[in-house]
Design a protein around this ligand. Structure first.
Ligand code: HEC
Length: 213
């Protein structure tokens, strides 16, 4: 989807965003939806600024009701909040402490994996992901149907680093230090990474009880 920055700025002003918030949204939409990078651009944070602060602040911005309103107009889901109860940001914030407490009651020792992929199970995203998978070389190593070949099978339930969204996202982006999968996709826009992963999820033939995405 290509969005004209002027149009985007206008929509931001309709929703009453500040200048910096607008810069954040424009950068975010233009950079493949990298919120941290957009935050650094809009708020002039240096590369060596604290990564934690950037992550926290940029995710706060993504949840900001006015910024949400703009992103909603473009149909951009808030990936991290996808699994939470409907009813908008405020309801969600109020429920958070409770929900967290319940979760730890129910499964004290089970690690929790965040479902981050906005395209999981979504037909359009999966179709786009399939095209990308075959176009940008994944199939060369992992096989046309993901069954492996030169590299690991993507359809079984054995995973070198883990099967959750965050791990596979990092692997494709080349962010796992021990990985042998080549680091050639680090500039692939997030949206496309998630679409490819949504496609890969449809190929899975392993134990259904191990699904954590
Ligand atoms: C040059 C070969 C090569 C290409 C191209 C390649 N991969 Fe990989 N991939 C690997 C190797 C090798 C591994 C095994 C994990 C490791 O050691 O990094 C792997 C692992 C994976 C895994 C995890 C599999 C597991 O069992 O843990 C996924 C998912 C994956 N690749 C997806 C992709 C996607 C999506 C693309 C295209 C964007 C892609 N790969 C392109 C070589 C490749």
């Amino acid at each position: 989807m290509s969005i004209n920055p002027k149009q985007l700025t206008d929509i931001c002003s309709v929703h009453g965003l500040t200048e910096k918030q607008t810069q954040f949204v424009v950068a975010y939409m233009g950079n493949g939806r990298n919120a941290s990078a957009a935050y650094r651009t809009a708020y002039n944070v240096r590369r060596n600024g604290s990564a934690n602060v950037v992550t926290v602040e940029s995710s706060k911005l993504l949840r900001h009701p006015k910024i949400r309103a703009v992103l909603d107009e473009f149909g951009i889901p808030l990936a991290a909040a996808r699994a939470s109860a409907p009813g908008g940001n405020r309801a969600q914030e109020r429920q958070e402490p409770n929900a967290a407490a319940k979760q730890s009651d129910a499964a004290p020792s089970e690690p929790t994996f965040k479902k981050l992929n906005p395209f999981t199970g979504k037909e359009d995203g999966i179709a786009a992901g399939k095209i990308l998978y075959n176009q940008i070389g994944c199939q060369g190593c992992h096989g046309g149907g993901g069954g492996g070949g030169m590299a690991a099978s993507l359809i079984d339930d054995s995973w070198k680093f883990g099967s959750d969204d965050e791990t596979l996202y990092k692997l494709i982006k080349g962010q796992i230090p021990e990985q042998t999968m080549p680091v050639v996709y680090s500039s692939l826009p997030d949206e496309q990474v998630w679409q490819i992963l949504a496609y890969i999820r449809t190929l899975y033939k392993g134990d259904p009880s191990k699904i954590n995405w």
